[in-house]
Design a protein around this ligand. Structure first.
Ligand code: DAH
Length: 359
């Protein structure tokens, strides 16, 4: 029937085109408005295109004036539908987003619910112990400084009077990063650095991560140490014992015993291991024999110590005839294990929230 348009006289053809366009506009306008999903809307829009194509086809080949006037009319209807389509597309997309948000099974405004009963995050147990130790030494008058974990061989070994072939420098024990460069194996590197750059007197404490090629239940390739040292004129072993006794009293309770056992470290002379009296058991109440922390010995080893070796002073550009000093180092992870009764060092680095939430 549309074929007739191109054969009609102009007035009649215009009426016919207007009528057809009006019908299409009415029908498709309704369909576009009724669409509730983007798929439905696009399907309706596809019909608009084919419906109008049929009308244009019916005019094609007719007179030029007919094509122009009727074409404008039909185009106007099609453009209005196009606008309806665009508007509806936005409405549907907004409605979809809103429905999606409303349909979520959780309330975005609720405070976070954490697993394992802990309501807030907190510092790792090792950092808690580190801070506790640093605070004790700061209270005793030591200044806390930090040192790098990537270190020169010079500061980690040479200036601390390690002979070049010392076993600690072996590939088996040290993570070498390149010639002369390594991951520090102890926090004693801070001694070399500070003594090379400061003027005595100096009282320094430093704590941080250190690295060794070690991996079993009591050793981790990354662990933590604290280093403390004092350099001045007339510093004696008595001061070393005094500082360690004050430290042990603060950490484990008043009257905690401190003892030294002779030992060797290249950077001290004399050198000694430091033990503290086990705070978890006692002879008098017979808990000692079964104590798992000190294994019945009554003593817990906490670190190494000694009087700074004259060679270390020389290597750092200081005069060993004028100065003396003490130094000691202790394992922080070991302190944390003792304090919290943790049997395996690795649990501290696995970041299992069931473990961490206990501290
Ligand atoms: N740096 C030693 C280690 O990692 C610990 C140590 C021993 C530090 C004796 C000292 C010291 O300052 O005097 O095993």
């Amino acid at each position: 029937m549309n074929d007739e348009i191109r054969l009609m006289p102009l007035g009649e053809a215009l009426d016919r085109a207007r009528k057809l366009a009006g019908e299409l506009e009415h029908r498709f306008g309704g369909e576009l408005a009724a669409a509730t999903t983007e798929i439905e809307l696009r399907a309706a829009h596809a019909k608009v295109k084919s419906g109008f194509k049929a009308v244009f086809d019916a005019m094609k080949g007719g007179r030029k004036d007919l094509m122009q006037s009727a074409g404008e009319l039909v185009n106007a209807s099609r453009d209005r539908l196009s606008t309806t389509f665009q508007t509806r597309l936005l409405e549907i997309s907004d409605a979809t987003t809103l429905a999606d948000l409303r349909a979520r099974p959780f309330d975005l405004t609720l405070p976070a619910r954490l697993p394992f009963g802990s309501s807030r995050g907190h510092a790792h147990p090792i950092l808690q112990v580190r801070d506790e130790l640093l605070e004790i030494f700061r209270d005793l008058g030591f200044q806390s400084v930090s040192g790098p974990e990537i270190e020169l061989e010079k500061n980690n070994f040479t200036k601390l009077a390690f002979p070049p072939d010392h076993p600690a420098t072996d590939m088996q024990d040290t993570f070498w990063l390149g010639p002369g460069l390594l991951l520090r194996t102890h926090t004693s590197n801070v001694q070399a650095r500070e003594m090379s750059t400061r003027k005595p007197p100096m009282a320094i404490v430093s704590a941080g991560a250190v690295y060794r090629r070690d991996d079993d239940v009591t050793h981790s390739p990354m662990f933590h140490q604290l280093e403390c040292f004092l350099v001045d004129e007339h510093v004696s072993f008595a001061e070393l014992k005094g500082v360690l006794s004050a430290f042990a009293a603060r950490l484990f309770g008043p009257g905690t015993a401190v003892r030294f056992r002779p030992s060797y470290f290249p950077f001290v002379e004399p050198g000694a291991e430091v033990d503290v009296g086990c705070p978890f058991c006692s002879d008098t109440d017979t808990t000692r024999a079964a104590c798992r922390v000190c294994k019945g010995t009554g003593w817990i080893e906490i670190g190494g110590s000694g009087m700074i070796h004259p060679d270390v002073f020389r290597q750092c550009g200081l005069d060993p005839d004028q100065l003396t000093g003490f130094a000691f180092g202790m394992g922080i992870d070991r302190m944390a294990m003792i304090k919290y009764g943790i049997p395996n060092i690795r649990t501290m680095f696995e970041n299992d929230p069931r473990f961490l939430a206990q501290f």
